[in-house]
Each structure stands twice: as C-alpha cells, then as structure tokens.
Design a protein around this ligand. Sequence first.
Ligand SMILES: Cc1cc2nc3c(=O)[nH]c(=O)nc-3n(C[C@H](O)[C@H](O)[C@H](O)COP(=O)(O)OP(=O)(O)OC[C@H]3O[C@@H](n4cnc5c(N)ncnc54)[C@H](O)[C@@H]3O)c2cc1C
Length: 373
Amino acid sequence: MINLDLMDRFAHLAWPFFDPPHAVLSRAVDTWASANLEHAHGDDADAICRKLVKDLGEAGYLSYCVSDNPDVRSIALIRETLAYHAGLADFSFVMQGLGSGPIVLAGSEAQKKHYLPRVAAGDAIAAFALSEPDAGSDVQALTTTAKRSGTDWVLEGTKTWISNGGIADFYVAFARADEGISAFIVDADEVDADERIDIVARHPMATVKLAGAKAQLVGQAGQGFKLAMKNLDVFRTTVGAAALGFARRALDEALARAKDRKMFGQRLADLQMTQAKLADMATAIDAGALLTYRAAWLRDVKKVRVTREAAMAKMYATEAAQQVIDDAVQILGGLGVMRGHPVERLYREVRALRIYEGATEVQKVIIARELLK
Ligand SMILES: Cc1cc2nc3c(=O)[nH]c(=O)nc-3n(C[C@H](O)[C@H](O)[C@H](O)COP(=O)(O)OP(=O)(O)OC[C@H]3O[C@@H](n4cnc5c(N)ncnc54)[C@H](O)[C@@H]3O)c2cc1C
C-alpha cells in the first residue's frame, strides 16, 4: 500500500478551470481526509456515515454542497479528494447536497430555515427519494401519489435504492399530484425504511415505504421533475469527480506496486506491458478530469446549461475509472483481489457510479438528443 504523504495529485489544479482558492480548498480537504478518515473503512456503514456527516459538517465542508450559489468546481474537488481517501466520505458529503438540493432550489423560507442549517452542520441527514421499483431510468413512470390533506399532503407509494434510507432524518421524495410530479419533504418518522438493501460496496440504503406519510410540498405542485433535473444538473458532473478520485487512488496504488514488485530479474514497472497499462490509465484519468472540470467551469463561470457536457463527464469519467481500477487490480495480481486492500475496495466502490444518477446508456441518450436538436 502506498505512503500517501509522498504523492502529489494536484497537478490539474494548475489548469485554467480553477481559481487560487480551489487549490487551497483541495489541499485542505486532502490534509483533513488524511487525518480523519481512518475509521471510514469499517463494516458498520450506518455508524460510519453518521460520524462522517457530523465530522464533515464540523469541518465546514458540507456548506459547499448546501448553498444557494453552488460552486460545482469546489464540490467536484471535494468529492474527488474524499473519494481518493474513502468512498463513504464522498458518499456522506454528496448526499447532504443531493438530499437537500430541492429545498435550496425551491423551498419556502420556513423550510430553508428549518432544514438547511442542520444539514450543513451535519446535525440532520438528508436523502433524495426519486427511484421506485418500476421507475429507475424511466423516472417519469413513477407512481407514488400525493394528495392534499388540509395544509399538508399525504404520500402513498414505494421508493427504492434510497441512499441514506434508514439513517436519514428527512427525505425529499417525488410523487405524482393532480398537477404532475412534485417534490415533498417527508420526515423520517413518517416512513418505513426497515427494508435495507445490501450492495457491493456497502452504504446505508433502503426501500422506503410511504403509507399515508405526511409531507410538505417543496416549491410548486407539478414542478417536481424540473426540480429533480435541476438538482441533478449540479451534482451529475460531480459523479465524474468521485470517479476520478477512485481512479487516481488506483493509479497511485498500481504505480507504487509496479515500482516495488520484482519479477523476471527486474521491476514489474520495467516491463513494457505494464508501462502500456500505466500510460492508458494516466491518459484516461486526464481525459476524465478535462471533461469533468470543463463541465464544472462552464456552469460556474460561463453560467450556461451544461446538459451535454455534464452527461459526457459523468459517462466518460465513470467508465474510464472502471477500466483504470480493473487495470490496477491486474497490476497488483492477487493483492488486487484481497479483501480489504484499497484496490479491491475501489473495484467494488466504482461499479455503482455507472448506474446511478443516470446509467451510461441514459447519458448517451442525453448527449445524442442534444446533438440532434
Ligand atoms: C448505489 C446506488 C445508489 C442509489 N441512490 C439513489 C438515491 O439516493 N435516490 C434515488 O432516487 N435513486 C437512487 N439510486 C437508483 C438509481 O438512480 C437507479 O438504479 C438508476 O436510475 C437505474 O434504475 P434501475 O436500477 O431501476 O435500472 P433500470 O431502469 O431497470 O435500468 C437497467 C439498465 O437499463 C439500461 N438502460 C437504461 N436506459 C436505456 C436506454 N435508453 N437504452 C438501452 N439501455 C438502457 C442501463 O444499462 C440500466 O442500467 C441508486 C442506485 C444505486 C445503484
């Protein structure tokens, strides 16, 4: 395993996409992560994530993803750095933003005041409940219903694959009202999240049943789909950044091992087939980083819609990271599949990134649609 102190993974911060505070932020998060994430690889994902949310709040980092003027480059750099050190830290960070995003975008003053400071401080855990058993890629097929009940609303339906399900303090859930798909806040005591889901790289996740769940409307009825997409517009690019963090870690682990491992009278790194792999890995990482930070920069600085660019970044960086990590496993040989080794962990952690927030195929549809407009 590598000595993290020796690595310099910040060369891209000299790219013109960034301002000086970005470099300061990235290094500060790296220092914080090096000192604070040893506990983040244990088995009790619920307890780990509760602590991570609290710690990230206390460190001040959650305010970057709970902001009415989000800087996507900062969120992406934080994700990249946290993912390099620990997948659950990246997960806990971004879910606070994804789960509270609709409130930031369209919540009433009272809703903002009640939820957002607690989310940013790490005192309340947020979740984003869009997917259903029969509505994943085809989100518009969702069947959860919302009916008015006095000043409140009541939701009926089932959400699934809900990250932070079971540990969240509240859910922003999407349901069909007479006016169309709408966003709602549902407090945890209104839902049944007992049916937990165990995935290949464990994080808190549940199927969430809404049976007469009392809910507050966020924004206007019928605007929920737009809100969900606007929220994903901020965060989709940053999935590419998380993938980059995983891929950079895999490359560093592979480099360290290839320089160290002797075989056939030389180092593994001296064999040209290894060098070809390393060259491909480094190039894929840079290409993913260029796409990711281009999308973030366009949104932050040029203030334009980045539907096509975010889809390209998410698709390319996650697919490339999968390949980079697979190559790292190959370079490490048996160690690469040994449970508990960072590369084995990365191999499991990266897989879901090609599925959630729009599978690769969905990103292709989006890119083609933009091209054919
Ligand atoms: C780790 C993880 C965390 C998640 N967290 C959340 C969360 O917090 N909140 C939430 O609401 N949801 C969450 N999800 C759900 C996620 O968004 C869905 O899994 C995703 O949208 C895909 O839906 P599905 O699983 O139902 O697959 P399906 O919709 O059944 O899709 C299956 C496959 O079909 C393929 N496909 C899709 N579109 C096309 C196309 N046009 N042409 C050809 N093939 C296509 C893709 O390969 C896709 O993977 C999470 C999922 C995972 C795995």
